[in-house]
Structure formats: structure tokens, C-alpha cells
Design a protein. Structure first.
Lengths: 291, 325
């Protein structure tokens, strides 16, 4: 049985490529890079292209997930609601082809956007700051790409597991809010209740593992380990953990040598999990559902 | 091998049974009309054939393959015009056809398919989002035709089409049938089916209430036709002449009008000759074929269970006034 994943992916890429919303997101992504680079070039003296790169870390934590979630949250459920999925499934592609074709197609679009934004950053870095920090740039671009693709996977997975657009949007927005705004309440809150103290720098291991599994922290920790300057995680803080802990990675907070699952590189595994698990759940739910 | 075969096919949504223990066989090469009012379970049945919906009980085969377990073997051989579909608004009509050709591994010429479906080259170049409902229906029909399928499954193919479009759709079905394609299509409008179908199945409230040829249904439930003769003299005088004829099942005389129910088409001519031989002068003659519309109404009027156990819904049809075609 031949796979129709590439055919569906190509159609998806083409279809999504004609969406104005998506192009405006790409424009925004590239725009942020341009504005940021020019602004820093105008205002800050004596800085290098490598240092400017890390400036991108925070805005990307907002724009990449939002762009990727918008690109993906309607992928499957949108076609279910409109009915175009009946045309698609009436043809040889089956449900597996639809889920993975859509995943690849949407990943292609977001990947293209990230690629464009980073190309612009490379060119501007060379033009305005006179250097090409190629290794840093490549590593950071790769991590950012994974970060963006992870959110595409999350969104496509959600879109495959629900039956209405509203549910898909609610889950997708809800998850992002959990990552950004509620994480500390949900993890440091119980910690406070259990141990009757704010989370210290050297917190219990289970807490550090939870910290490690927030994809935004995984991204910022990985970026920090690649770039010259630190990339701080974009998060709401409620003062439930000690102030100086906020800028530290789980590996730094662990007393002594951190186990492998608390090391910065493990963030790659975390992001892959956030990509694969939602897609798997969505895939199995979509396989079994009545359309 | 049958093109479609369902065995005890059942789909229940909670307490509601949308399709109830359906046994249906569609032979290869025939044009089968799947009739029933809205909500009868036609689309649910078709969705189960296409593996869009999974049956609660029973099973179905399409072209000999199990509709669920071997769905991947079915889709390349089948053309599907689903109900409640949508197109991809940003892609052109032509791109839709090209996509279908690619997935089916077919060698069709997109232009030829578009022409058969009734879309002009200009229309095909535009994004399908600009299409009218009828054009979308044509585009979906074109997609269904790609790859010269062995079986066409069309759910309400005439919806959204104007009378001209409907007649084109019927031509298309005939052409496909001549090419040897089995056509299975549903409709809630009888006349769309009547013109092209070899056989029809009537579904009501999830149950199959009749399967036959159109002629067969007429004979079974309609008694063929009613002949109304206006005579020069009192009709009662020749009533017995008509009543004795073979193929005439019922005769009523009132004033100068003789109303005869005809079971055998050949009895019509015999009746006229017999009346003339008996000395009656026929001033006027009207023949009313029992319309399938009224048959359909009778079959799906809700009293199906009653009429099945009793004399058949023919009574219901006979009592309908002016069964005109």
C-alpha cells in the first residue's frame, strides 16, 4: 500500500501557503528580527552579532508558539467541520495519510518561516554588526526550529483529537497559557503546600523534573547553553519560588552533578515528547472516530 | 461478486438507530438508486460504506473488500461524491482534479475530467472558494470520476443543481453505466432516480422497506395504471365486460365514467377493443400511471410496519386522488 503522506503534505503546504494569516505571521516573525536588529544597532554600542542573537530568544518564545499553534490547530478539525475531509478520505489517502500529511505540510510552512527569519538575522548580523557567529546561529536556529515544529505537532495533534474548532482552540490556547502563565502556580503551588515554604533554588528533584518539562523552559535553557548571553524563559512569576531560581536551569539548581534528565540537552527530548505525544493521541483518536 | 453488500448493517447513536439491520446487495454494473426521505439513514449507510462512520453491528463489503478492514483497497477503485462535503477554497478547481489524479495514480487528462463534469477552463483556473454550490457539486463529481472507478458512490448528487444540471448529472450517470461502472446513488427526490436507475432500494427510518426495479415496484404496489374512460352511454351497462377481462383488477362505474385498474399493460388495448365490441362508444380515454412519488409517499409514510403485514401499501396509493404523472 503506497503512502499518500507526501501528496497530502504538498497539498497542505500549497493550501496553507495561500493563507493570508500565515503570511502575516511569517511577516511578523521576520519583522521582529529586522526591528530588533536595527533597534539594537541604533541604541547599543559595542555589541557583537552573537550577543544580538540571544536578544531574539524572548520574542521567539511568544511568536513561534503562537504562529505554530495558529498554523496547526485547525489542520484536521477544520476539514472535519467544513466537510472537505470527505473529499480527501473519499480518495485513496486514509486517515493516517491525512494526519501525517497535514503534520508535515504545516511543519513545512512554519519551518519555512523560521528559516526565513533566521536567514534575515544572519544577513543583518553581518551587515550591522560585522560578524557571522555561524556556530551559535546554526545551533540556535536548529533549537528554534524544533521549538516551532513542536508547537505545530501539539496543535495538529489536538486538531486531530477533537470534533469542533472551538475545542481545538480552547485546548491549544489553554496549553500555551499553562506553559506561560500558570506553570508556577501549578508546580510551585503544590510544592508550597507540601513543604510549607517557597521553592528554594535547590528544590526537590521532582520539581526540577517538572520545570524541565515545560517546553518554554526547555527552549530557553537550550538556547542559553548555545548562545553567549542568557535567554530567560518567558513566564509569569507569582513569587512562589525564590527570586534567583528564576533565571537558573534545572541542571544549575541541582546540587552536585545533575542526572541526564535534568541536563540542558535533555530539553531536546522534552520538546520531542511535546511533539510526539499529542500527535500520537490525536492520531489514535482520529483513527477511531466517526466523522 | 457484488459491488456492494451489507449484512445486518446497523448504526446506533445512543437510543437513536440511524440504520437498522440493513441487508442490501448491489450487483456489479447496475445503477442502483437509494431512496428515502431526509433522515432515513441513507448518508449514514453510505458513510459506513466509505469507512467515514463505523457500524455498531453488522458489516459491509465494497467491491468484495471489507469496508472497514480493507478500506485502503476500496478507495482507489471507487469514485465518491460525499454528502456535506466542501472543497479547498484556496486551491483552483484544476488543482483539485490534479490532486485526485495524483492520489489515484491515474493517467487522466484534467481538462477532459473537468469537461465531463461540466466545468469550463476559466472556472477551473479560479480558486474553488469562488464557486457556486452547483459548481462545487460539479467539481466534486469530477473528482469522483478520476481514475475510471469501478463503482461510483454518490450521496445526493443532484443537490444544489438546477434542472439543467440535474439532467446533465443523469446523462453522466448513464454514460458511466455504459462504460460498465456500477453506480450507487442516493436521493430523496424520486424523479431524479427514476430516470436512470435499474433498481431502487427504499429506506425509511433506517430500515429497507422495498428493493426492486421501478417496474417491479409499480407492479408490486401500484397495480400498474388506472384507465379512466368516458363513454357515450351509462357506464354501468358495460361494467361486467371490463371486469371479466384478464389483467383488469378493479372496475368502478359512475355515470358515464368507467374507472379500471390495470395490472397488465397489455390489458389496456384489450379493454378498449372489448368495450368497442360490446357496443360502447368511447368519447375519451385517460391513462394514469401510478406515480412513483405516491408510491414513495405510501412506502415512507410511517405506517410501513402496518402496510407490510397487511395488503401492502397499494391501498394507500389507490386512495390517493388524481394519481397523475
Amino acid at each position: 500500500m503506497t503512502s499518500h503522506v507526501p501528496t497530502v503534505a504538498r497539498k497542505e503546504f500549497e493550501d496553507a501557503g495561500r493563507s493570508k494569516l500565515l503570511w502575516s505571521l511569517i511577516g511578523l516573525l521576520v519583522g521582529i528580527v529586522v526591528i530588533g536588529y536595527v533597534a539594537i544597532w541604533q541604541t547599543v554600542d559595542d555589541t557583537t552579532a552573537a550577543e544580538v542573537l540571544s536578544f531574539l530568544g524572548v520574542p521567539l518564545q511568544v511568536i513561534l508558539p503562537v504562529a505554530a499553534l495558529i498554523a496547526g490547530y485547525m489542520a484536521v478539525v477544520g476539514e472535519r467541520r467544513s466537510g472537505s475531509i470527505k473529499i480527501l478520505l473519499g480518495l485513496p489517502p486514509n486517515r493516517t495519510d491525512v494526519v501525517f500529511g497535514k503534520l508535515l505540510g504545516r511543519m513545512g510552512v512554519v519551518g519555512l518561516a523560521v528559516g526565513l527569519a533566521f536567514l534575515v538575522s544572519l544577513v543583518l548580523g553581518a551587515a550591522l554588526f560585522g560578524s557571522v557567529p555561524f556556530i551559535d546561529w546554526l545551533g540556535f536556529a536548529a533549537v528554534s526550529l524544533l521549538f516551532g515544529l513542536m508547537f505545530v505537532g501539539l496543535a495538529v495533534g489536538v486538531s486531530a483529537s477533537v470534533s469542533t474548532r472551538g475545542k481545538s482552540m480552547a485546548i491549544v490556547v489553554g496549553l500555551y497559557m499553562v506553559f506561560v502563565a500558570l506553570w508556577e502556580l501549578l508546580t510551585a503551588g503544590p510544592y508550597y503546600l507540601i513543604y510549607d515554604e517557597p521553592v528554594p533554588v535547590e528544590a526537590e528533584t521532582w520539581y526540577l523534573v517538572l520545570e524541565q518539562f515545560n517546553p518554554l523552559f526547555a527552549y530557553s535553557n537550550l538556547s542559553t547553553s548555545i548562545l553567549e548571553n542568557s535567554v530567560y524563559p518567558f513566564r509569569f512569576q507569582y513569587g512562589l519560588q525564590e527570586m534567583q531560581a528564576a533565571g537558573m536551569t534545572p541542571a544549575e539548581r541541582y546540587p552536585g552533578d545533575a542526572p541526564f534528565y535534568l541536563q540542558d540537552w535533555f530539553g531536546v527530548v522534552v520538546m520531542l515528547c511535546w511533539l510526539i505525544v499529542p500527535v500520537a493521541i490525536g492520531y489514535f483518536r482520529f483513527k477511531r472516530t466517526d466523522l | 461478486m457484488s459491488a456492494i453488500e451489507t449484512t445486518g448493517l446497523t448504526k446506533a447513536y445512543g437510543d437513536l438507530t440511524a440504520v437498522d439491520d440493513l441487508d442490501l446487495v448491489v450487483e456489479e454494473g447496475e445503477v442502483f438508486g437509494f431512496l428515502g426521505p431526509n433522515g432515513a439513514g441513507k448518508s449514514t449507510t453510505i458513510n459506513m460504506l466509505l469507512d467515514f462512520t463505523r457500524p455498531t453491528a453488522g458489516s459491509a463489503t465494497v467491491l468484495g473488500y471489507d469496508a472497514q478492514a480493507e478500506a485502503d483497497a476500496i478507495s482507489p477503485r471507487v469514485g465518491v461524491l460525499p454528502e456535506g462535503f466542501d472543497i479547498y477554497p484556496r486551491l483552483s478547481g484544476r488543482r483539485h482534479i490534479e490532486f485526485a489524479i495524483k492520489t489515484k495514480g491515474a493517467t487522466d487528462d484534467p481538462d477532459e475530467i473537468l469537461e465531463r463534469a461540466g466545468l469550463s477552463a476559466d472556472d477551473a483556473a479560479r480558486p474553488a472558494g469562488d464557486y457556486s454550490k452547483g459548481m462545487r457539486q460539479r467539481l466534486a463529481t469530477g473528482i469522483a470520476l478520476v481514475g475510471d472507478p469501478d463503482l461510483l458512490i454518490m450521496d445526493e448528487p443532484s443537490s444544489g443543481l438546477d434542472p439543467n444540471g440535474i439532467s446533465e448529472m443523469q446523462d453522466l450517470v448513464r454514460t458511466e453505466a455504459e462504460r460498465g461502472t456500477t453506480v450507487f446513488f442516493s436521493s430523496h427526490i424520486l424523479e431524479h432516480v427514476e430516470a436512470v436507475c435499474d433498481r431502487v432500494g427504499v429506506l425509511n427510518e433506517g430500515e429497507l422497506v422495498a428493493v426492486d426495479t421501478i417496474e417491479g415496484l409499480r407492479e408490486q404496489f401500484g397495480g400498474g395504471a388506472t384507465m379512466t374512460l368516458t363513454l357515450a352511454g351509462p357506464a354501468a351497462e358495460v361494467r361486467s365486460v371490463a371486469a371479466e377481462l384478464q389483467g383488469v383488477t378493479d372496475v368502478t362505474a359512475s355515470g358515464r365514467t368507467l374507472e379500471c385498474t390495470i395490472a397488465d399493460p397489455a390489458a389496456k388495448a384489450r379493454l378498449v377493443t372489448a368495450l368497442a365490441d360490446a357496443g360502447a362508444t368511447i368519447r375519451d380515454l385517460r391513462i394514469d400511471e401510478v406515480s412513483l412519488e405516491s408510491l414513495f409517499t405510501a412506502l415512507t409514510n410511517g405506517d410501513v410496519d402496518d402496510s407490510k403485514t397487511q395488503d401492502g401499501p397499494a391501498d394507500a396509493i389507490a386512495t390517493e386522488p388524481e394519481v397523475a404523472r
